[in-house]
Design a protein around this ligand. Structure first.
Ligand code: FCB
Length: 443
């Protein structure tokens, strides 16, 4: 029989992010974030939805930790809202902000769940946006100071740190397409933001090493597998460029090899900051692990009239509620490519999951499609481990239904259903299934 067991000690987890679940974004002295401003700007989000209430996790975190304990999850990835701690982004500290995360970490430790903290999952203090936010070079120092404070406060208990979540999304959805906060539409700004995020990441890693804490630090990157639509030279090259642009190479090539990826540079050099090379010595710096987020993939065709000469085409596969094709093999390709190219010490899948149109029937949610989706992706993860990928854990996105950014509450990604009227949590069938996978450490 095929071996469906995961390695001993595999960290099965669930993931969330502050603005998506907490609610009460301005409570107890917190500052305004760019997502608060953006979602309160008419016409930016589905139905005008905001994170004002979300899952009310800010008040219900004990119940949510109890749910995780019941499911048997080993690790919980969540993010810290920078403006809760530094209401103006820097300078004055809000003790009530750090206190919330302090209590959350204790609650997790008492439940035997390992905290994995993301320092930045998109809710930048609005006061920093007024100074240019990620477009201002000074942000590297602002971020490192904030990160250092959190290391000092929580580093005695937290052993896994993620500097940035999906910096590609911050750069391109936030600063080129403008459909995420801060809503900038400027391709040059987007590449500047790529660069400044790398600089900020690097400064935070430096601060972490200087604290001399026991623990590991890495970065989480978004990925969408990019395969050529044909074996023509043009399509193969287009797929290479697309892969370097949207996936881990854009950030890991600088971190591991000290320059942006070569095929991308061959078509997009003009967009990068002119003197970017002066920072590459600082950016190239060892990290302890790489976090991979993966949901979907598409085929790539060369198209001279499209941006960077690249066009995405569907494979005609089944799609989730997000309109994303279900392509589990893409997860294997991403993991294998990552290990072969950069050989990171450790890899975590920091997000994988799917939105479906879930319905409550007699108090239950029969989300068979989500179970199928997860199972197919777990199998690809296992295959990657068998082929030498140093995958140490897997975080399902998400613990519970939550605020899906510009899509508001219209997309449900949770393995736990949230009734937003009553804030009642209901375990979906996928949560019960996942709980068994974890208990058996096997499919
Ligand atoms: C990722 C984000 C996460 C969530 C999922 C569906 O890009 O990191 O916050 O929205 O997509």
């Amino acid at each position: 029989m095929e071996n469906k067991r995961f390695p001993e000690g595999f960290k099965w987890g669930v993931a969330t992010a502050s603005y998506q679940i907490e609610g009460s974004p301005l409570a107890d002295g917190a500052g305004t974030s760019i997502w608060h401003r953006f979602s309160h700007t008419p016409g930016t989000t589905h139905n005008g939805d905001t994170g004002d209430v979300a899952c009310d996790h800010y008040h219900r975190y004990k119940e949510d930790v109890a749910i995780m304990k019941e499911l048997g999850v080993k690790a919980y990835r969540f993010s810290i809202a920078w403006p809760r701690i530094f209401p103006y982004g820097r300078g004055k500290i809000n003790l009530k902000g750090i206190d919330f995360y302090d209590r959350l970490v204790d609650e997790l430790m008492n439940a035997g769940i390992e905290p994995f903290i993301t320092l930045y999952h998109w809710d930048l203090p609005a006061a920093l946006q007024e100074k240019g936010g990620w477009m201002n070079r000074d942000i590297a120092g602002w971020f490192a100071d904030y990160a250092d404070y959190v290391f000092q406060k929580l580093g005695d208990r937290v052993k896994h740190w993620i500097t940035l979540n999906e910096p590609w999304v911050t750069a391109f959805i936030g600063h080129m397409f403008g459909t995420h906060a801060p809503g900038v539409k400027d391709v040059f700004a987007a590449f500047e933001v790529v660069h400044n995020q790398l600089r900020a990441h690097s400064r935070a890693v430096e601060a972490f090493r200087e604290e001399n804490l026991d623990g590991e630090i890495g970065i989480t990157l978004s990925n969408h597998s990019q395969a050529p639509a044909s074996q023509s030279e043009a399509d193969v090259m287009a797929a290479k460029i697309a892969h370097e642009q949207v996936n881990y190479p854009l950030f890991l090539n600088p971190i591991f090899k000290g320059d942006y990826p070569e095929h991308l540079l061959s078509v997009a050099k003009e967009y990068f900051p002119k003197d970017y090379k002066r920072d590459m010595g600082d950016i190239k710096k060892p990290i302890d692990f790489v976090g991979i987020n993966y949901y979907s993939g598409s085929l790539v065709k060369a198209d001279p009239s499209a941006p960077l000469g690249i066009k995405s085409v569907d494979r005609g596969l089944e799609k989730t509620e997000m309109g994303w094709e279900i392509y589990p093999e893409g997860l294997y390709d991403i993991l294998k490519g990552l290990q072969d190219t950069y050989n990171p010490r450790e890899v975590f899948i920091t997000e994988n999951g799917a939105a479906f149109n879930d319905k409550v029937e007699n108090g239950a949610v029969h989300d068979e499609k989500r179970i199928d989706y997860l199972k197919l992706h777990f199998e690809q993860a296992l295959r990657a481990i068998g082929d030498g990928v140093k995958l140490k854990g897997y975080f399902v996105w998400s613990l519970m239904d939550n605020y899906e950014w510009a899509e508001g509450y219209s997309k449900r990604f949770g393995i736990v259903y949230v009734d937003y009227e009553t804030q009642k949590r209901i375990l979906k069938d996928s949560a019960k299934w996942y709980s068994k996978v974890i208990a058996n450490n096997s499919l």
